[in-house]
Design a protein. Structure first.
Length: 158
């Protein structure tokens, strides 16, 4: 019988405490081995919350780990080098991303997006920049979306 556990863990810093420890304890598996494997798979996302799906076979004690992609907002904040976005528009901006950085994030998230083309994913990332207080190429994110829609950045999207 397989048990599935879904959790949001700190990249490279999962521990045997909540939420994983209490979920794994009753299954009789080697918690330390599982935590080490999760930390190894998520070390590239250090400092970010990462969705992890763990499938444990209760009978054989074997396990599989699937690591998801962090939210777009976490990827943007990491690129900008801050921990939190703005709470209100009056706070102004917290940083600036280049269009190349936006495209890099969009490519990471393309498989998880409902957008059919990269251009749509880029617009989703820029829209998230707007809510976080991040400018794109020194411009208001709304202006950057207009530029993407006009085709001004198509060379980056190929």
């Amino acid at each position: 019988m397989k048990i599935t556990i879904e959790s949001l863990v700190e990249g490279g810093a999962a521990s045997a405490g909540p939420p994983l420890g209490p979920a794994l304890g009753p299954l009789g598996v080697n918690i330390g081995e599982i935590i080490a494997a999760i930390n190894e798979k998520t070390k590239g996302f250090k400092g970010m919350k990462v969705p992890v799906t763990l499938v444990v076979d209760k009978d054989t004690k074997e396990f599989e780990i699937a690591v998801g992609s962090p939210p777009v907002s976490a990827l943007i904040l990491k690129e900008v080098g801050v921990e939190k976005g703005v709470k209100t528009k009056e706070e102004g901006t917290i940083g600036d991303l280049s269009m190349e950085q936006v495209v890099k994030i969009a490519k990471m998230k393309q498989g998880n997006s409902l957008a059919k083309e990269l251009k749509g994913v880029v617009n989703e990332v820029i829209g998230t920049c707007l809510s976080l207080g991040v400018t794109v190429g020194g411009k208001d994110p709304r202006d950057a979306i207009a530029e993407v829609n006009q085709g001004k950045h198509d060379s980056l999207l190929s």
